[in-house]
Structures are given as C-alpha cells and as structure tokens.
Design a protein around this ligand. Structure first.
Ligand code: 5RP
Length: 241
C-alpha cells in the first residue's frame, strides 16, 4: 500500500523505526485473553501485530482479530492470529491502530496508508481505541499532514473540485507505481492540503461528508481513548481526560 511519508534523513529514519517498534509493542499490554481485537494498519501497528502473534504462539493467548486492511489481514494470518469478520462478532473490546496526527483532544488524522474507511468502521465498533505513535505525530492543531479523503471513482474530479471549494486549498489525487491508487474498497484517495488549520475537526468532518462523492474522511473524532507514544525519552501512555 502506498504511504504518504514525511521525508527524513536515513539516521533519523532508523531512530523512528525503533520508536515505532517500542510504541507498537507497548500497546499489547491492553490486550487480554478472550478479547476481540481490531487490528489497525501501518508501519507502527505492524509491531503490535507481530507481538500479538508471538503471544498467541508462545503464550497461548486466545484472541480474535478483525483486520482493517488486506495488508493487515495477510500479516495477521502469517503470524497466526485467528481472524473473524466484524459482522460475525458482537462488537470489539479494543482496536489498536496507528495515526498520522493527534491533537491535544486526541482527535486524529488517519488514512496515510489508505485504509481509513475500514479503520473507521472498526474503530466505531470498538469499546476502546488505543493509538500507537511516535513523537512526530503529536501536533497542536491538525492539518500539517494532508487530510486523506476516500472518494468514489465516479466523477472523481467533480468531487475534487467540490472539496477544493469547500476547504479553500489544493486537493490532490493519490497515486502509486501503478497509477491512481485504488483502495481495498475499490475507491480513490485524495489528500487535502489544508495546513495546520483544522481547529474544528467535527465541523470539518460534517461538511466533507456532505459532498455526495465522498465515501469517508480521515478525521477520527472522539474515538481515541489512549495514545501510546514513543519518544527519545521512552514510551509514555497518554490517557484522555
Ligand atoms: C492507515 C493509517 C495509519 O494508521 C497511519 O497512516 C499511520 O501509519 P504509520 O504507523 O505507518 O505511520 O491511518 O490508513
């Protein structure tokens, strides 16, 4: 899956990878025997999935996972986590997922990995949402990371124009090596370059969802309960007040 990435020098990238691993693994403490667990998508939560797979194999941990993307489904299957469809379960105890940004109110921008639709469906069905992140993801105001929006391929340029008019910024169609990126749901992703100006994400979510060609937007409002944050000083757990 093509990922929007902040450009960093190589040494810093290696540090960031270590932080991702720390945060991803630390979040596993929230997973207990018998839980139904939403499994997020991305390079941080990958470490959570690997560690849960280890606990399933080595410690006999009994959980059922619900993946939020085809990539996560493959990884979870590979490491031996039993999976089910959300439709076959009566809700989830917890979802653990990454984020592209979180603000002081724990509002999130997600979708850098193009999995925002399934991630949001799974998060809405979970009693608790734990986010794993490194220090780069903590912001005062959302929007430095371009806001991902999943849209229908049908008349997609019309939807792009409507978003540009609404938001007053450029909105770009996400591509990968194969051309236009197509999500696991057969849709497109566009990125809105709002800059760090999203002070009322709830209102912005409402207005964006009002455009007919929009399937979902990567604003996750009042969903996140805990952030497991890795910084150069170690891992800290931030709980929503
Ligand atoms: C995928 C997502 C990811 O959770 C988000 O992009 C963070 O990914 P990473 O941990 O690789 O930085 O929202 O749609």
């Amino acid at each position: 899956m093509t990922k929007l990435n902040r450009v960093l020098p190589l040494a810093t990238l290696m540090d960031v990878e270590a932080l991702k691993a720390e945060a991803g693994r630390a979040a596993c403490k929230y997973v207990e025997h018998g839980m139904n667990v939403g499994l997020g998508t991305g390079s941080t939560v990958k470490y959570t999935i690997l560690e849960l797979g280890r606990r399933v194999k080595e410690e006999g941990l009994k959980i059922i996972g619900v993946p939020t993307s085809i990539a996560t489904e493959s990884l979870a299957t590979e490491v031996g986590i039993p999976l089910a469809s959300l439709d076959d379960l009566n809700g989830l105890d917890i979802v653990i997922d990454g984020t592209d940004e979180f603000d002081p109110q724990f509002q999130l921008i997600k979708g850098g990995g193009a999995a925002l639709l399934r991630e949001k469906v799974v998060a809405q069905s979970s009693a608790r949402m734990v986010v794993v992140a490194d220090q780069r993801k903590q912001v005062a105001t959302l929007g430095d990371f371009p806001l991902p929006v999943e849209i229908t391929p049908f008349s997609h340029l019309t939807t792009v124009r409507a978003l540009e008019k609404l938001l007053g910024c450029s909105v770009t169609l996400r591509t990968n090596e194969a051309g236009t990126l197509v999500t696991d749901n057969g849709n497109y992703i566009v990125d809105a370059h709002t800059g760090p100006t999203i002070s009322n994400p709830l209102e912005m979510e409402r207005m964006i969802l009002n455009i007919a060609g929009v399937v979902q937007v990567g604003l996750f409002i009042n969903m996140c309960d805990v952030v497991v944050l890795a910084s150069s000083d170690g891992v800290v757990v931030l709980e929503k007040a």
